[in-house]
Design a protein around this ligand. Structure first.
Ligand code: SAH
Length: 253
């Protein structure tokens, strides 16, 4: 059995209880060494085989999984954050299906959630934004038409941009092209939840210079949108004049 496990954003205690339990019982752990905190491997059994997938291919990863199956092992495939985002798990699952190997997925705390926590921000503010767009700049991985940053910027919703901290001048150009104002608030969150985490408020125009001044070119998320401004409306959920399934209004609006 293969368990795809979300390792969380970095801090060792941000893995789920289920994920930790699976690490403790695994006979083989294949971890994404470029981003997963290696301290998580302290939970592994003494005789566990540990492989770092940073230097492996899809074929060698799935071959190691198949080998584990032949040995009757439990294998954990440890991915950073939540495996469903930029985790390249679909291609692994498809090969496992072909080989008739069973697997399941344990979700993890994505870095986009850890970044909001680090920034002490709420992505969905009434009257400001009720949507979060998770996206990336086009790099070596192509981004389909109609899904470019400028297409999304036109919505003026909250944007969380992954995998783009080395492309910030181009990101600014795309955000401006999509209709964002140069002074729209933005934020660079570097290594959310790690000891060397950095939270850097800036604007759409100053993304590249802020990153350069702080030596940041990887492991960061870019947050963009008016949710970083001061103004918003109060929530209806906790409004005393508003009734819902669990509470009657105490006063008329
Ligand atoms: N599945 C992961 C994302 C993997 S893609 C998740 O759910 O978070 C790798 C990208 O995620 C990095 O380039 C960076 O943009 C972002 N990232 C991962 N961990 C991060 C962290 N702790 N702080 C900020 N960004 C992070």
């Amino acid at each position: 059995m293969i368990h795809f496990v979300g390792a969380g954003p970095g801090a060792v205690d941000l893995i789920t209880v289920r994920g930790k339990m699976l690490l403790e019982t695994a006979d083989q752990i294949i971890y994404a060494g470029s981003l997963v905190n290696a301290e998580l491997l302290q939970y592994a059994k003494k005789r566990c085989r540990i492989l770092n997938s940073a230097s492996m291919t899809l074929e060698t990863v799935t071959a190691a999984m198949a080998e584990g199956e032949e040995m009757g092992w439990h294998t954990v495939r440890l991915h950073t954050g939540d495996p469903s985002l930029y985790g390249a798990i679909r291609e692994q699952m498809d090969i496992l299906e072909e080989k008739g190997i069973t697997y399941d997925i344990v979700p993890g705390v994505s870095s986009f959630a850890a970044a909001a926590a680090a920034a002490r921000a709420e992505y969905t503010l009434p009257g400001v934004s009720q949507s979060v767009i998770i996206t990336r700049m086009e790099g070596r991985t192509p981004v389909p038409d109609k899904q470019k940053i400028a297409d999304y910027a036109a919505h003026q919703a909250t944007m969380v941009i992954f995998l783009s901290s080395s492309l910030l001048a181009a990101l600014t150009a795309e955000l401006l092209r999509g209709g964002y104002d140069a002074e729209t608030p933005a934020m660079i969150v570097y290594k959310a939840s790690w000891p060397d985490e950095k939270v850097l408020p800036c604007t759409v125009a100053s993304l590249a210079e802020t990153a350069a001044a702080n030596g940041i070119c990887k492991t960061a998320l870019i947050l963009v949108g008016p949710f970083l401004q001061a103004a918003y409306e109060r929530s209806r959920l906790y409004d005393p004049t508003f009734s819902h399934g669990c509470r009657m209004a105490v006063a008329k609006p």
